[in-house]
Ligand binder design. Structure first.
Ligand code: SAM
Length: 224
């Protein structure tokens, strides 16, 4: 006789288990983001949410949130996250009680992520928005964000060209990495110095490197 806890699991079983587990974690922790992830698992079974919310991705975003708090403070009228994927970082920022953020908007060029992102951020109501857009085609003056975030710099062809679209003096938080072997990483850098040179910010408040198992992530916080 097979004991229930050792029975073989199908993908469908595992999917249902993941939903139950994350829903339990959401109830236990009171996290709106965890609740959003449970909803994504249920409503968008093909979204790669396990990749977007894996240990390393969360680590890089916790690092971003801590350093942002330390060097730029807690208050933002509007945060725009470009290349925001499923909206994990805006949700993490909105969830942190130390911050006072009126709105966070996740922009991504991939129309397939918009609905997933909306589901993930649904617990934050009007404070969370998801928009399908090419970051090179946006009017940043009209957007009027007091913080522009791009943790997908390794995914875009011309970082300096994109930064030139932002109004002078805009505060930015940027991340890139040296993970060259991933085919969608078209703009990796080999070092923090190279990232600094690539971005050529007018002012830098923070520049740092976070070594991960397979790659190093680089971050700059400053103004254009
Ligand atoms: C794999 S994800 C994010 C990885 C990153 N480490 C992170 O989590 O912040 C990169 C995202 O950038 C988006 N992207 C790439 N080029 C873009 C563009 N021109 N405008 C807006 N989004 C873009 C992709 O659609 C994708 O969802």
């Amino acid at each position: 006789m097979t004991h229930a806890s050792h029975s073989p699991r199908s993908d469908a079983d595992w999917h249902e288990n993941a939903y139950d587990l994350v829903r339990g974690l959401a109830a236990y922790s009171g996290s709106l983001l965890a609740d959003g992830i449970a909803r994504v698992i249920a409503k968008h079974p093909h979204a790669n949410i396990a990749n977007a919310f894996n240990y390393k991705q969360v680590g890089c975003k916790l690092w971003a949130r801590e350093k942002l708090f330390d060097c730029a403070g807690p208050r933002y009228r509007k945060i725009a996250v470009l290349g925001g994927w499923y909206g994990v970082l805006p949700a993490m920022l909105l969830e942190d009680p130390r911050f006072d953020i009126a709105t966070a908007v996740s922009y991504d060029i991939d129309p397939a992520v918009e609905e997933v992102s909306r589901t993930l951020g649904s617990g934050f109501g009007e404070r969370f928005r998801a928009v399908t857009a090419d970051m090179y085609a946006l009017d940043y003056r009209a957007i009027g964000a007091d913080l522009i975030v791009n943790t997908s710099c390794e995914h875009i062809a011309d970082l300096a060209g994109w930064l030139r679209l932002l109004p002078a003096g805009t505060r930015v938080l940027l991340q890139s990495n040296d993970y060259f072997s991933e085919p969608t990483h078209i703009s990796c850098v080999t070092s923090l110095d190279e990232f600094r040179a690539q971005a050529a910010l007018a002012h830098i408040d923070f520049a740092g490197a976070l070594p991960m198992k397979k790659y190093t992530r680089f971050m700059l916080i400053g103004t254009v």
